[in-house]
Design a protein around this ligand. Sequence first.
Ligand code: ADP
Ligand code: MG
Ligand code: MG
Ligand code: MG
Length: 682
Amino acid sequence: MGLLYLGTPLTWEEAKNHADHVRDHGITQFLHTWDRVKDRTGDELLWGDEVEYMVVIFDDEKKDAKLSLRQTEILEELGRAVGTLHNDASLSTSVPKFHPEYGRYMLESTPGSPYTGSIADLLSVEANMRYRRTLARNRLKENEIPLTLTSFPRLGTAGVFTEPHYDSKDAKSSHSLFLPEEITNPHARFPTLTANIRSRRKSKVAINLPIFEDERTPRPFVDPTIPWQRDIYPEDPEAKNGAALIDHIYMDAMGFGMGCCCLQLTFQCCNVNEARRMYDALIPIGPLMLALTAASPIWRGYLADVDCRWNVIAGSVDDRTPEERGLEPLKNNRYIIPKSRYDSVDLYISSEWANKPAYNDTVVPYDEAIRNRLLSYGIDDLLSKHIAHLFIRDPLVIFSETIHQDDSSSSDHFENIQSTNWQTLRFKPPPPGSSIGWRVEFRSMEVQMTDFENAAFAVFIVLLSRAILAFNLNFYVPISKVDENMQRAQKRDAARTQKFFFRKNVIPQGYATPAASSPSSGSSTPSECSDCGMAPQVKERKLRNCFPTLARPPTIDDGLVEDEYEEMSIKEIFCGKGSAFPGLLGLVDAYLGTLEATPDERKQIDKYLDLVRGRANGTLQTPAAWMRSFVRSHPAYKFDSTVSQEINYDLLIAVDRIERGTLRVPELLPEDYGQPHLNGFH
Ligand code: ADP
Ligand code: MG
Ligand code: MG
Ligand code: MG
């Protein structure tokens, strides 16, 4: 999320007149950055996570769990607490950071300083996350709890779901039938984003998730909780006239999507080329990790037939006009745009030979003038196209005070567009005036209920990112297949039931499959091909950057792209298929063989990888699968897809107990998960 300015936000009618100004100066700012850092190299691996929380307030007497809208006070309180910690010289960890988020019940936390590549830092992630949660927990009221829930099951129900309660009649930014104005962070940026998306789109956003058809779900399902007769805003007839679909859960506001929580990871790369390589390699991984971390099966009080948040957020910020959505002929707009600003990545950007033009196989509109400007500045075709594609979007929030900037020292206009392109990966140029290098952010995962799981997925992805570099792995499949995988990933129980397009051979031509390491012997080499330069021969104590790239082979076996991939189960992709493909976990294991880890360290790492393996081979449930079965086996559930106040309360109590370790659920988490809770932090 960009910086929060205090200032006067422009309405959409005003802001649109400045769109070209922002784009123009945004590109100038990018070019300044480019001049400054295009040749920067040698940056070490630094990385960090972002964990988002919902503050839930429990009423044990009434058996009710609601969202607590005390974000502002809580953040002030946390700010004071963090300030005190800064003065505490005896503290061993750096002081965490807490950030506001879209929902007025949300918090985000990040480590105080990024992790380095040391194994000690790798193994500190869980404790770091736990420390942050404890800090937040200690600053809340006794009956408030920071839960890492991806979606709040009863957000937008007809009943009372926030504390305090507000009526949605006055939802002046979103015009929602379900969410009050007060659901949104009051900082001007957020209501303005909400209102300007709606104004630009020329209607409310409309999200329809298929309802989960249980034994007694009415068919057809016509949602009795939609206030069909409410005509406060001119758009309201829309709900009646087709925006709300039969057999679906209808949602009509940004808050339904941007009010979700997720888990994000950011990696600093050696240089711009390594960042581009990393970005590309992680693109096909995005949907797979979405499926493995699926954690949001309940929306507006109903069980949905999907398990993930992704399409809800995509729909919740979809500011495309009817012309841009291809519903009307282009007259006032410039492009037909296939996707929302929040969606999976559209373009691979690595300039390496392994990135064949055929992989970028979807329609990707771009701003021709911007592309030409970047090209004539000497930036290569793919990166120019990437930026020119991001820049087809309009800036949504402009503050009158910051329209004029010093383009050589600011990147605000660039970031205005960049950071409202919410894709599965984000390619982040170094910000001016800081020591930070080129970074890649991995953004598809749903937040998990426990810090053990959040740490496990963070550890897995950072290890996979190193395996990618160490073994020069090639994960390319056409972008259209990644898009298809994104849709499959969200289906109910996708990790167990769906197949995903994946590359058959991820090892570069002419190289051997890296051999699995053995934790006990600790002496295996990462590759049978010890002189190929693919992997370091001396074991290292650190996860690092700056791996050599592969030279283009004299002849490339250029078969059909269609022959390079096939449909595989998640189990095959992660655990291996046949003798040629050791699976992503096998590759991570081989990479671990290049590290010098003590048996204890290795054991801890393996605990995390075992969680990923359990999810992938189906022996462990995703949080979504567990939540669905919790609801369906609740004595008060009527098999009609409805998640009542009482079921919601019991579910969230169970979530909290699982997080605290007082409720053990073997189908969800291994018996011995987690480190003991940290005491002594205040
Ligand atoms: P945003 O919300 O814009 O994605 P945040 O500031 O919330 O960004 O989170 C950025 C993450 O990147 C944090 O986990 C932080 O620790 C981490 N980080 C900070 N500096 C670096 C760096 N130089 N390289 C990699 N990661 C970094
Ligand atoms: Mg953040
Ligand atoms: Mg965030
Ligand atoms: Mg982020």
